[in-house]
Design a binder for this molecule. Structure first.
Ligand SMILES: [Zn+2]
Length: 151
């Protein structure tokens, strides 16, 4: 293989399309409201349990059809990892970035991205708040979090 051939096989990451978002009737309300910058979680009208991600039953008492509720968007980093090699080449230009499990003040933990800060400043227990980011390729608002602004 010549140099010309090898360089023509390298594709810039921005030309690689991100995997398409797949929604279901169960998850559509979550993604629709996310486009308005709102974080929906589920709560159970039978036992009061709150959960994320969306499911057809309450994971505490198994009651059918948990209800939607708007979450405050406040939480703390429960754990995190620094991504230096993305799982898909479409995110290659964005490394390093932080993927975290954020414990929401309503209780559930959700996997998300921590933005608007140097990755090395992210720590377990760090207060964070919702920081939605529009993704042009996905045509979808993604519910990232950023360090909480102290009051
Ligand atoms: Zn329940």
């Amino acid at each position: 293989m010549t140099d010309t051939q090898s360089s023509s096989t390298i594709t810039k990451s921005e030309s690689i399309q991100r995997p398409r978002l797949v929604t279901t009737p169960l998850t559509e309300p979550f993604w629709d409201r996310a486009n308005e910058g709102e974080l929906l979680i589920q709560h159970c009208s039978n036992c009061g349990h709150r959960q994320h991600y969306p499911r057809n039953i309450c994971t505490s008492c198994w009651a059918d059809e948990p209800m939607w509720m708007s979450a405050s968007g406040n939480g703390v980093v429960w754990t995190f990892t620094l991504v230096e090699k993305p799982g898909h080449p479409a995110w290659a230009d964005e490394v390093p970035y932080v993927i975290a499990l954020v414990e929401l003040e309503e209780g559930p933990r959700m996997m998300t991205r921590i933005v608007d800060c140097p990755p090395e400043t992210v720590a377990v227990g760090m207060p964070v708040s919702l920081a939605p980011m529009w993704d042009n390729q996905l045509n979808q608002m993604l519910l990232s979090f950023a360090p909480a602004v102290s009051e």
